[in-house]
Design a binder for this molecule. Structure first.
Ligand code: NAD
Length: 486
């Protein structure tokens, strides 16, 4: 029988600095993807809560105290948020692993997701200190003050794959820029968002500056459609991003859309195979393949295909699938039964396309519960086939052979998406030249490389706008010029 502890039941949501009963009677059940048991039940927000949250946010900006705080005061509050997160690291880490199934020992498990947010708050607070919120520019036509004022009320909509970190990554820069934020967590992973709200509340964030409205599509839609929301920052699928773009565009809202990907690892002739294989595994199968930037298309020189596939297959067969809390586990369950069906559907499509199944393809026989799929490797994949073109969001890798460098670049760019990528080579200079030809927002040399000070985001159907770095802070501001004359 399923037992639910008190900590996993939430009856109130955080609206504008107060815990209150939501307008909706909907209940969100969170299921542990490793055990298929109910992990918690929470109330959900409704569209009327969006109305209330927008009113609180506007009042906080216009009548204070939030709107009157100086940057240093905002940074102090966020410093207390970081300290609160630090105190609750193990509780949060455990919950996130239970909610998402991401193996605890991997980067998106406990340590990465929670510790990473503390670092992020510190890095971004420093960045904000040096950010040009106000500049004077003089020239032959006179003097101007160029201000970057808060854009206003921000709606932040996040997916389930990295729920806590993604929320911090959106809410903190928006607050540093002086905005008020309404966060909508995913209905699959609402539990950590209650701790999120509690942390900001305990840190003394003034009323109205933050609301956290767990809920489904209706709440997201209400937030996007509300004329009192000046900016939407969204991370999720391309399909939903398009629909948000249509509604938000009609209102000329500011929007940052971080969407899906089908990124390529371009392996050059001279790549070092010993370091290549672990990197391909981590960047393609991390978080069970449920990462937007996963390198799921592996482009290899035809002459080296067999050697690389053999090494990759040997590694993948040794991967430990199972309990995400087991330190040895590298592949946990997928987020939901629906997601597993979707992934299995793609595996069938891969077989029908004529690709060769080298590893996996099924459910692990030894696990009777949990939404697991074996790490799966297809080789001889046609880049035009569905498994090479669609974002699968599961542990499925495709090896695609290429003829020469031009062919490799052509294949890498033959995708609807353009989020990330990597070039594997011993020649860093050549790597940079190839990277410059790949049409994505980010390309790493010898693996995915991320830097919180550098902008992250996609081109083509992978999105609009950038997160991280000063570009993200700027995205939560509106330019205003005051002309002073000569
Ligand atoms: P999703 O698009 O289904 O949902 C994302 C969020 O949007 C959820 O909170 C959902 O409730 C909400 N939503 C759904 N329909 C909406 C609507 N019409 N209006 C407003 N909000 C709506 O995505 P998901 O399944 O939760 O997450 C997986 C997807 O996220 C993948 O496609 C992945 O690539 C993408 N993702 C992208 C990045 C990135 O940085 N580019 C990072 C992580 C995940």
């Amino acid at each position: 029988m399923t037992t639910i502890t008190r900590a996993e039941v939430h009856n109130e949501i955080y609206v504008g600095g107060q815990w209150r009963t939501p307008s909706s009677t909907d209940i969100l059940a969170t299921i542990d993807p490793a055990t298929e048991e109910v992990l918690g039940r929470t109330v959900a927000a409704g569209p009327a809560d969006v109305e209330a949250a927008v009113d609180f946010a506007r009042a906080a900006l216009d009548d204070g105290p939030w709107g009157q705080l100086k940057l240093d005061e905002r940074i102090d509050i966020l410093g207390r948020v970081a300290a609160e997160i630090e105190q609750r690291q193990s509780e949060l880490g455990r919950l996130i692993v239970q909610e998402t199934g991401a193996p605890a020992a991997t980067v998106t498990g406990q340590a990465g997701q929670v510790f990473g947010t503390i670092m992020f708050i510190r890095v971004f607070s420093d960045l904000a200190r040096g950010f040009a919120f106000r500049e004077e520019r003089s020239g032959m036509f006179g003097r101007s003050i160029v201000r970057r004022d808060p854009v206003g009320v921000v709606g932040a909509i996040v997916p389930w794959n990295v729920p806590f970190a993604m929320s911090v990554l959106k809410v903190v820069p928006a607050l540093l820029a002086g905005c008020a934020v309404i966060l909508k967590p995913s209905p699959e992973t609402p539990l950590d968002s209650f701790i999120f709200a509690d942390i900001f509340n305990r840190a003394g964030l003034p009323h109205g500056a933050l609301s956290v409205l767990p809920g489904g599509i209706e709440v997201g839609r209400a937030l996007v459609a509300h004329p009192g929301v000046q900016k939407i920052t969204f991370t999720g699928s391309t399909a939903v991003g398009r629909s948000i773009g249509t509604v938000g565009g009609g209102q000329l809202k500011r929007m940052s859309l971080e969407l899906g990907g089908k990124s390529a690892a371009v392996v050059l002739e001279d790549a070092n195979i010993d370091t290549l294989i672990p990197s391909l595994i981590e960047s393609g199968l991390g978080d069970n393949g449920q990462q937007c930037f996963a390198l799921t298309r592996i482009l290899v020189p035809r002459s080296r295909q067999n050697k690389i596939v053999d090494a990759l297959a040997t590694h993948m067969r040794k991967m430990k699938i199972g309990d995400p809390f087991d330190e040895a586990t590298t592949i946990g369950p997928l987020i939901s039964a629906r997601q597993r069906e979707r992934v299995e559907g793609y595996i069938r499509l891969g077989l029908e396309s004529g690709a060769t199944l080298a590893v996996g393809g099924g459910r692990p026989a030894e696990l009777s519960r949990g939404w697991y799929v074996e790490p799966t490797l297809f080789t001889n994949v046609d880049n035009a086939s569905r498994i090479a073109q669609d974002e699968i969001f599961g542990p499925v890798l495709s090896v695609i052979p290429y003829r020469d460098l031009d062919d490799a670049v052509r294949l890498a760019n033959d995708s609807e998406y353009g989020l990330a990528g990597a070039v594997y080579t011993s020649d860093v200079e050549l790597g940079q030249q190839v990277a410059a030809r790949i049409q994505t927002g980010t390309v790493g040399i010898n693996g995915l490389q991320f830097n919180l000070l550098a902008p992250f985001g996609g081109v083509k159907s992978s999105g609009i706008g950038r997160e991280w770095g000063p570009e993200q802070l700027a995205s939560f501001t509106e330019l205003k010029v005051i002309g002073l004359g000569r």
